[in-house]
Structures are given as C-alpha cells and as structure tokens.
Design a protein around this ligand. Structure first.
Ligand SMILES: Nc1ncnc2c1ncn2[C@@H]1O[C@H](COP(=O)(O)OP(=O)(O)OP(=O)(O)O)[C@@H](O)[C@H]1O
Length: 206
C-alpha cells in the first residue's frame, strides 16, 4: 500500500501535509510522533473514516475506493475504542466481531480467548475486564483476522510483557503471510522484523 501527498486537518488546523510512504507486503510501518500530531487521524484517513484535505491512498497499485467490497475485505482498523460492547461477554463480543470481520475460517472464540490468556474470563461482560484484558480481546480479534492490511492504534497500550510478546507473535505471523501493518505506537514493540519508521512530527502542517 502507498500514500502520496497526504494532508489532513482537524477543524481549520492542518495537522500534517506532504506525507508519502510505501509499505510493501510483508512489511510494517511504525508511526510515531508527539501527542496530537495526528497519528490516529492518519490511520483513520487511510482506513477511509476521515477525508484527507489532499493526497491519495493506493492499494494493490490503484487508488483505493473506500466503499468498495475489495477495500472492506482488505482493511482492519483497530482504534482506541475498538467497538466492543460492555454488556456482552468477551466471547460473545468476539463472535460478533468475527462475523463483522468476515473471519469465518478463524478458530472459535473460546479457543482464541484461551490463546490470549482469557479462558476464565470468556463469559464475563466485556465492561468488567481490566484494561489489559480488554486489549487482549483485541489481540484475539487480530488472531482471527484474515485481512491483509492492519491499521492499529496503540495496540500494546496496557499490555503486560507477556501480552506484548503475544502481540509481537501475531504481527510476525501476519507479516510472514505477506500482510501489511501500520502501527501507531509510543513504545518499542517486540516484533522480529524491523519496521519502516515514520515520525509524523516531521510533517507538521503549515
Ligand atoms: N476541531 C478541532 N480543531 C482544532 N484541532 C482539533 C480539532 N479536533 C481535533 N483537533 C486536534 O487534532 C489532533 C488530532 O490528533 P490525533 O488524535 O490524530 O493525534 P495522535 O498523534 O494520535 O495523538 P496521541 O499520541 O495523543 O494519541 C489533536 O491535536 C487535537 O487537539
């Protein structure tokens, strides 16, 4: 996937402009930058959730069309509020999300939750989980994902060391399958392959 000449604004303020990068299959981009520089906004712009004020996002060599089935099948965006329902059990949330993600070939939710260390919490309402346990449910969603492009906003926040290792294993496996990831992060992540690094502060808008 590639981005060229991208600029995004919040209100009347340009957050960043002139942004260009390419992430080939099997690579990932680590997106860094001070608070408020627009990392979340960039991820949302690539996903098609906010409209950039300039520039282009390309997927498979062509401009990506936000409403196309191809793009929906390709892109998984996982933001800070990942869309989990507080009153549904963790397992039930995961089952619904798997259906929305079209991850029908994935292992059953109970198996995924056990893999992320939440076997005992599968029937607890999501809202009762700790911050790190919630993040682990998001890891289970990633483990089920068959989408080639992951856009992840601070995926390791609140995770303990073992949780961060699980995240690294997931990302490694995704890249080994030829997947692509753009990961906004303030921390060093335990991923085997070195990322393409991009600091959004270098593109601060005029
Ligand atoms: N209506 C608005 N007018 C001006 N600025 C706005 C408006 N809405 C949001 N902003 C600013 O837009 C920026 C959005 O930042 P964004 O969440 O994309 O940053 P980030 O790099 O992900 O930050 P963090 O590291 O804190 O997660 C923030 O600086 C915010 O203050």
């Amino acid at each position: 996937m590639a981005v060229s000449g991208l600029a995004c604004a919040a209100g009347i303020r340009t957050l960043f402009s002139g942004l260009g990068f390419e992430v080939p299959p099997g690579d990932w981009l680590a997106l860094t930058g001070p608070n408020g520089t627009g990392k979340t906004t960039l991820l949302r712009a690539v996903a098609g959730l906010v409209r950039p004020i300039a520039g282009e996002v390309r997927w498979n060599g062509a401009p990506r069309r936000v409403s196309s089935p191809e793009w929906h099948a390709a892109c998984l965006f996982q933001g800070h509020a990942a869309g989990w329902k507080d009153n549904l059990a963790a397992g039930e949330n995961l089952r619904l999300q798997r259906e929305l993600d079209g991850a029908d070939r994935a292992p059953p939710p109970a198996e995924l939750l056990a893999w992320v260390g939440l076997a005992r919490q599968a029937k607890l309402p999501f809202g009762r989980l700790s911050a790190g346990q919630r993040r682990r449910v998001s890891l289970a969603r990633l483990a089920a994902s068959q989408r080639p492009l992951w856009l992840l906003d601070e995926p390791a926040t609140a995770l303990d060391t073992a949780g961060q290792t699980l995240f690294g294993e997931l990302l490694d496996a995704h890249l080994a399958r030829g997947g692509i990831a753009i990961v906004a992060t303030h921390q060093r992540l335990p991923v085997s392959s070195a990322p393409i690094e991009l600091s959004l502060g270098d593109y601060a808008g005029a």
